[in-house]
Ligand binder design. Structure first.
Ligand code: COA
Length: 232
């Protein structure tokens, strides 16, 4: 069994301490999967099985930080991860990066993390995921700070928002149904559809944080529990 991973340690820098996170830029062996997990990944290609195994390894390490024993983390009907009772969390993988973040439901109602390569989106994808307001803001950001692939960052933010939205609402959210504004290290996603309240929490605006880590963009959407603590 693996005991240590090389950790780029970057989601850690943008997540509140109540959220346990493990991240890595190297894969573990598929033998790390539980039998039930292997059954879900059996038809996948080898690279997919490796990322599937590695994020689950990260998730079990993160759960361990919260005092939880290793358990299988299965995928639900819409691919959402099924966490142990009392836990919320999120997983992401992209070329050269895998991460899992978990928290107690006492602290967080939902967490969504997403990692992407810091490279511009194909134009046809960019056109599909942003409103005219967002496109205008992105054009300005590109001209002032070309080092960040702002359109890819917007895409990642929307995916991290979706990873909080789906577990809370069990419903789809289109890229155009949420308008995002980006600040220096934070973002706010304003829902363009009626947003249900979840346990008294207003979901009409979902906020989060982002950073650039070497060649990756990392985003984290955070929905704090109604009596949870937002900051470190
Ligand atoms: C679900 C989705 C966000 C995953 O993103 P991705 O870029 O494909 O992949 P990532 O590696 O970042 O994340 C994959 C992980 O997300 C998690 N995930 C998948 N579906 C999910 C869902 N419905 N809810 C929460 N988490 C989900 C899983 O843990 C998955 O990893 P696994 O299959 O190994 O368990 C994306 O495939 C998708 O369907 N997007 C469209 C919806 C959307 O983003 N709308 C924007 C609203 S503003």
């Amino acid at each position: 069994m693996h005991e240590t991973l090389h950790s780029p340690d970057s989601f850690r820098a943008i997540l509140p301490v109540a959220i346990a996170v493990e991240e890595t830029d190297e894969d573990v062996s598929e033998s790390e999967l539980f039998i039930e997990e292997k059954a879900q990944a059996v038809d996948a290609v080898r690279s997919r099985r490796r990322e599937f195994a590695t994020v689950r390894f990260c998730a079990r390490q993160a759960l361990g930080q919260l005092g939880y024993p290793p358990v299988p983390i299965l995928s639900g009907r819409r691919r959402e991860p099924i966490w142990p009772d009392g836990i919320v969390g999120s997983m992401t993988h992209c070329d050269g990066y895998r991460a899992a973040a978990v928290a107690s439901k006492a602290d967080m109602a939902a967490v969504g993390i997403d990692a992407e390569i810091n490279e511009p989106l194909p134009v046809e994808v960019a056109d599909l995921i942003m409103s005219e307001n967002e496109a205008q803001a992105i054009r300005y950001l590109v001209s002032s700070e070309p080092y960040v692939a702002w359109d890819r960052l917007l895409f990642s933010i929307k995916e991290s928002i979706f990873k909080t939205w789906f577990p809370l609402t069990e419903s789809w959210l289109d890229f155009t149904q949420c308008e995002v504004s980006i600040e220096a290290s934070t973002f706010a996603g304003h829902l363009r559809i009626p947003a249900p309240a979840f346990n008294g929490i207003d979901l009409s605006c979902i906020r989060g944080r982002w950073t650039v880590c070497r060649r990756h963009l990392l985003t984290a959407a955070l929905v704090v529990a109604s009596d949870g603590l937002e900051e470190r």
